[in-house]
Write a protein that binds this ligand. Structure first.
Ligand code: ADP
Ligand code: MG
Length: 140
C-alpha cells in the first residue's frame, strides 16, 4: 500500500476537553507519523474557505462558528494508507453511529461537535494539506 499524507484537525471541543495527547497517541499507535503540526485559532474566513464544499448545507454557519470557537490542532499524518486509516480511527461523522474505540465514539458529543476532521480522499488530502501547510518550511 502507498505512503500517503492526510490532514487531521483536532477540533475546538477536542482541544478544550484536553484530548490532544490521547488523539495523537491513537494515531501514533496505529503507525501514523506526525509530519507537521500547529495549534491555531482559525478566522471565520479560513474556516469558511476550508469547508467551502459545505457552503450550501444548512449547518454551514454553525460549522464555521464552531470551528472558530477555540483553538484547533492542525496535523499532517503520514503513513501507509493514511487517508483511509485516519478515517477509520476517527469513526463515523455522527458519534451515535461510530464504532467502539474510535475517536468520535470516545469523545464526540454530536454530529456537529465531533472532535476530529480527516481528509476523505487523495484529492481532498492534497488540497487540505496545502491549505494549511507549506511544503518548503513545515513538512519534515
Ligand atoms: P466528516 O467530517 O465525517 O467528513 P462531513 O464532511 O459530512 O463529515 O461534514 C463536515 C463537518 O460538518 C462534520 O464533521 C461536522 O462537524 C459538520 N456536520 C456534518 N453534518 C452535520 C449536521 N447534520 N449537523 C451539524 N453539523 C454537521
Ligand atoms: Mg468531510
Amino acid at each position: 500500500m502507498a505512503i500517503e499524507q492526510t490532514l487531521s484537525i483536532i477540533k475546538p471541543d477536542g482541544v478544550q476537553n484536553g484530548h490532544i495527547g490521547h488523539v495523537i497517541s491513537i494515531f501514533e499507535g496505529a503507525g501514523l507519523r506526525i509530519a507537521a503540526a500547529k495549534l491555531v485559532h482559525l478566522t471565520a474566513g479560513q474556516a469558511g474557505a476550508f469547508y467551502a464544499e459545505h457552503k450550501e448545507r444548512p449547518f454551514y454557519g454553525e460549522l464555521v462558528e464552531y470551528m472558530t470557537s477555540g483553538a484547533v490542532m492542525l496535523m499532517v499524518l503520514e503513513g501507509e494508507d493514511a487517508i483511509a486509516q485516519n478515517r477509520k480511527l476517527m469513526g463515523a461523522t455522527d458519534p451515535a453511529q461510530a464504532d467502539e474505540g474510535t475517536i468520535r465514539k470516545l469523545y464526540a458529543e454530536s454530529k456537529g461537535k465531533n472532535t476530529v476532521h480527516g481528509s476523505d480522499s487523495p484529492a481532498s488530502a492534497a488540497r487540505e494539506v496545502a491549505f494549511f501547510f507549506s511544503a518548503a518550511f513545515e513538512l519534515v
